[in-house]
Design a binder for this molecule. Structure first.
Ligand code: CP
Ligand code: NVA
Length: 312
């Protein structure tokens, strides 16, 4: 009997579109089933090590609760409490953890280190945010859009604000869905031109816009994120450059009438987004946060080769 290949969830770029769609279908059906029955035994007797080298509210709680609801066990670890914080290599850590647990979820800024962990682990590794990307977030975002408005195909998705990890995973999503993504980032903070050119060369529909207003016009979805991500140390400069990129009522009015607003959270109200938009009728930010739970159950199910199962 041949065993299933180890499935890592590091970036959605390069994954099979059919796998992305399986994860989302599983997430939707798990969410539906949960309305009447919270617990299942999909991942019974499986343990997920969760390594947090950086703070988290949503990712930590949603993976922890999600693992329990699927019948498995979460194991919370922080980088500083582990020997990793005292110089044990990431490769050795991967090999040791693989002897104890059935999957590893990690939040660490160094993307190369997370890839190195996956290379050396014999169990699935899930990227729970690096400085480069945040793929779990985007699965929840797509799920949320689908719930509210159906397919993303043919839509205009607009990113306004900083160039960061959440944007990169949204750009990667354009490989799997037929949407156009507009990007309005101040040129001084546009650190990802090479990445964008590389993805445009692959045929992804990415449009760079000079202003937030141009980007927002007739959009189906407006997304922003904090102006200062974990690992950034130039907060004052960023605040000055990003002031014209706030998502407020005036900007939302340029988009389509039924456009949605998303933010991965935590939000800095009055900075990248106004209270009116955060709390307004177009905002789906709390559905988006809740969907981290369901989308990540879909990711876990995929990692364990358990998508396409009856979730009822
Ligand atoms: N959106 C997100 O990843 O939130 P946390 O940092 O709270 O996990
Ligand atoms: N871009 C943000 C996302 C937080 C969930 C950061 O990296 O801090």
């Amino acid at each position: 009997m041949t065993s299933n290949p180890v499935r890592h969830f590091i970036d959605i770029e390069g994954m099979n579109s059919s796998d992305i769609k399986d994860i989302l279908a599983t997430a939707h059906s798990i969410k539906k089933a949960r309305a009447s029955k919270r617990r299942s035994d999909l991942l019974q007797d499986q343990t997920l090590a969760m390594i947090f080298d950086k703070p988290s509210t949503r990712t930590r709680v949603s993976f922890d609760v999600g693992m329990r609801e699927l019948g498995g066990e979460p194991l919370m670890l922080t980088g500083q409490e582990m020997q990793l914080g005292r110089g044990e290599t990431i490769a050795d850590t991967a090999k040791v953890l693989s002897r104890f647990v059935d999957a590893i979820m990690i939040r660490m800024l160094d993307h190369e280190a997370v890839s190195e962990l996956a290379k050396n682990a014999t169990v699935p590794v899930i990227n729970a945010l690096t400085y480069y990307s945040h793929p779990c977030q985007i699965m929840a975002d797509i799920m949320t859009y689908e719930e509210h408005r159906g397919s993303l195909d043919g839509k205009i998705v607009t990113w306004v604000g900083d160039y960061n990890n959440v944007l990169v995973s949204w750009l990667h999503a354009a490989e799997h869905f037929d949407f156009t993504i507009r990007v309005a980032v101040p040129k001084e903070l546009m650190t990802g031109m090479d990445e964008i050119k590389r993805l445009q060369d692959k045929g992804l529909k990415i449009e760079l816009c000079e202003t937030a207003d141009k980007a927002a016009k007739d959009s189906d979805l407006i997304i922003t994120d904090t102006w200062v991500s974990m690992g950034d140390d130039d907060a004052d400069r960023r605040h000055n450059l990003l002031k014209p990129y706030q998502v407020n009522t005036r900007l939302m009015e340029l988009a389509k009438e039924d456009a949605l607003f998303m933010h991965c959270l935590p939000a800095h109200r009055g900075e990248e987004v106004s209270d009116e938009v955060m709390d307004g009728p177009q905002s789906v930010v709390f559905d988006e946060a809740e969907n981290r739970l369901h989308a990540q159950k879909g990711v876990l199910a995929w990692c364990f080769h358990k998508t396409n199962m009856d979730m009822a």
